[in-house]
Every structure is written in C-alpha cells, then in structure tokens.
Design a protein around this ligand. Structure first.
Ligand code: SF4
Length: 433
C-alpha cells in the first residue's frame, strides 16, 4: 500500500484542507505515514501570510531535497498559499517538487484516469471539525496576500454544506466550525444570495449536532441579521472572531480595512448589548509601515477598553505583490515591532486572566474533545479550554463543569452532571468585563 505524509503550516483553512487531502488519498488506497521519510507521496501545505511562515515552508522544501535525491522513489507536491499563478518560477526555485496545486484543490493527478471518488470528508473526525464554506477574499487589505493566492470569494452551495455536516454528525462530530477567509461574505455569489445567518439557521436544525461556530468575520461585513442569529440560535456558540488590526484610523486607512475605530467600537458595543456573554477575539498587526508610537498607543488603548477574550498579534512583514509592499517602506525597526508585540501580549495576558477569574464558581457547558496528561479537556461555548477529571468515557459528550481554578490560558473544574439543561443565556457563562 502506498503511504502519504502531509506537512501543514498556517491557518485553520489549511488544516481543514489537509484533512480533506488525506481523506481523498485514503479513498485511493494510500495510508497515512508518520514522517516524510516513510511516505511515497509528501504533500507540503504551505502558508506565506507572514515571512516567518514562508521561511518555514522554504526550509521544509529544502529539507525534502535530500529525500528526493535518495534512491527511494518519492513524489513531492506543494499546495497552499505559496502556489500562485506563476508556477514556472516556483519550478525554477524548487526543481525537486513534482507537482504544484492550488489551495482548495485536491491532488487529482494521483487518481488513475476514470476513477470516481466521493467528496473528501475528514477521515477520522474529532468531536469538533472544520468545514470550509467560502474560499478566497474580495477585500484586498493592503498587507494581505490571500486574495492573490486564493482568488476571489467562492461560496459552497448551502445544500452541499448542510449535507456534509449531516454526514459528519453521522460519523460522530458534535461541533462544526465554518471556515472562510471572510466568512461573513458567505453566499453573495450563490443563486438567491443566501447569507451566513441563513446557513446557521439551517444547521441549527441538525439532529445530533451540539454546536456551530464560524471564523473569520470582517468588521465591515458583519450584519445585524448575523448578530441576531448568534443571539437566537441555540446551537450557535456565542463566540465571534472580529479582527480589528489597528486602533488608529490612519493606519486602518493605509491597511484598506474599510472601517474606522469608531465604527468598530460601535459594532462591539452592539454585539455586547445583544449578546452580553459573547466571547470576542481579534487580530492585531503591529509595526505597519510608518506606525508611530502614538498610533501604536491607540491600539493598546482600544484593546484595554474593549477587553477581548483572545488577541492574536503579529508583527508586520511585507508580502511581495501586495499594495503595502509596493507602496510603503517597511520602516519600523524589527526591535520596535518586537517590543510592541510583547506589550500587547503582556496586556492581553492580564486582561484575559481577569476575564477568566470571573468564571470561578460558575457552571459552564463543555464539549469534551479528549484527554491530556490524565485529564479530560474540552471547550466552553466561548472557546475557553477546560480541564477536569472523570472516570467516564466522555469524548464527544457535552457536560457541565463547575469552575474551581482559572488562569489566562485555561480553566480547571469538576464535572457536575452529564445532563445539559442550561438555557442559552446560562450556557454563555456570562461575565462582566
Ligand atoms: S479580509 Fe483582508 S486580511 Fe482577511 S483575507 Fe481578505 S484581504 Fe486578507
């Protein structure tokens, strides 16, 4: 039996796509292997969103050169955001790579001609599984390479997504995380223009499914209808990822984000008014070209004011081909970027420790994902990691856990009862900020 190995770097979209590639290969008779050295087919699923990710990909491809030169026959393929339309240039840089295929595609060249395969679902789905619903992005934020590598937005038909979720539930999945680079845009390119709120309402009726989440939203595209759907639908978790990127209007304009700090602030206020227990996460870029100390302070002060559950922070790195790389000088010194990044990390550690501390003594609903170091681990509806002990066989179960210890990165507690009868508002585990 031929073997395959997939090396993945980057976002959840890449992880979901690697799952699908693996599933597709298994339908064709391939078996998973633990390392590239044992595989007949090695797939590198790449990311170039930041310089650090791109460097890791290049390092990995260089390391595969010796494998390719060994006497064993091995096929090397590359997908993900490294693969742009200029494949010839990639072939020159990495002559040992046999195939380049675009992100979101399957390695169909592996299949013998005429082979019919069913759609590739995750092979051994865990309790919580990603489901891509829209590919690409139409936004062209000035720093971002995604629209150039994943093309314009393309939604999957709603019936196809619903059918896939039903099949996943049949295989034991309890939570689906709907994925898109700009998930709020879902459906505008489909007949009848259904939107994400319509899809959530449809999935909310799926028997056996416990939870639905979605990633990643865009502040200029988040509608009242969507906020209402999150508030109203029982299975939709109170958990929204809404990247702000900067707390300064000039920088937001240079980033071409399409909103102001005040618009963002009002949006968060509106969401919190309607869903008081909402868990909010955001993304921030520090050291964007010409970002002054004062502009950076604007970001710090916005984060202190809005108090997110999670902040993903990255230092700006120019991505060749983007507007920002072409038009702006990357003039914030590396040491300054690092210092700004550290400041935000320290601030967020403090904020989230305080938010989590307010869950002490509360009962939260946890979807059990597995065991780690002898303890069960799972997530609350707000995405917080919880550890607890129990003799039961719990993977995939939704349990109530009383929180006894909190920290910035996780919570610990005791299982209360397996009967989940908290109403939606109680399930939020509402905490004041
Ligand atoms: S919304 Fe902006 S940052 Fe997000 S994928 Fe699209 S272009 Fe990139």
């Amino acid at each position: 039996m031929p073997g395959y190995y997939i090396w993945t770097v980057g976002c959840q979209m890449n992880k979901a796509e690697s799952e699908r590639i693996g599933s597709y290969l298994e339908q064709l008779g391939y078996q998973p292997r633990e390392s590239a050295g044992e595989a007949d087919l090695v797939v590198v699923n790449s990311c170039v969103v930041r310089q650090s990710a791109e460097s890791r990909v290049v390092h990995k491809l260089d390391a595969l050169r010796s494998l390719k030169n060994s006497c064993r026959e091995v096929t090397v393929a590359v997908t993900g955001c490294l693969v742009d339309s200029n494949v010839d240039l990639l072939r020159q840089s990495f002559p040992h790579v046999d195939h380049f295929f675009k992100p979101g595609e399957l390695p169909r060249w592996v299949a013998p001609q005429g082979t019919e395969t069913v759609p590739a679902l995750p092979r051994h789905p865990s309790a919580s599984t990603f489901v891509p619903i829209i590919q690409g992005c139409n936004n062209f934020c000035s720093y971002c390479i995604v629209p150039y590598r994943r093309d314009r937005e393309k939604s999957r038909p709603m019936a196809e997504v619903v059918c896939e979720v039903n099949e996943l539930v049949r295989r034991g999945v309890k939570e689906v995380i709907l994925l898109g680079q700009n998930v709020d845009s879902y459906g505008h390119d489909l007949p009848g223009s259904p939107d994400l709120a319509d899809l959530l309402a449809e999935l909310d009726g799926t028997d056996g499914l416990a939870r639905v989440r979605f990633l990643t939203s865009h502040p200029k595209d988040m509608s009242l209808k969507l906020i209402e759907a999150v508030a109203r639908l029982g299975k939709v978790c109170e958990d929204i990822s809404l990247p702000v990127q900067s707390g300064d209007d000039e920088i937001l304009k240079a980033m071409r984000r399409g909103y102001t700090v005040e618009h963002y602030r009002q949006l968060i206020a509106g969401i919190r008014r309607r869903i008081p227990g909402i868990a909010l996460s955001t993304d921030v870029i520090v050291g964007f070209p010409a970002e002054t100390e004062q502009q950076f302070e604007g970001t710090v002060s916005l984060l202190s004011e809005l108090r997110f559950d999670t902040v993903h922070v990255a230092a700006y790195s120019p991505r060749p081909g983007t507007f920002a790389a072409r038009e702006f000088r990357d003039d914030v010194p590396r040491a300054v970027k690092r210092e700004r990044l550290n400041r935000i990390e320290q601030l967020q550690k403090k904020v989230v420790a305080e938010i989590n501390a307010r869950l002490l003594g509360r009962t939260v609903e946890v979807l059990v994902e597995g065991k780690k170091k002898g303890k069960w681990q799972g997530r609350t509806r707000g995405g917080k990691l919880v550890f607890f002990s129990s003799d039961g066989d719990l993977p995939g179960q939704v349990v109530n856990v009383s929180i006894e210890k909190t920290g910035p990165w996780s919570l610990q507690g005791s299982i209360e009862s397996r009967n989940v009868n908290l109403d939606k508002e109680e399930k939020w585990g509402t905490v004041s900020r």
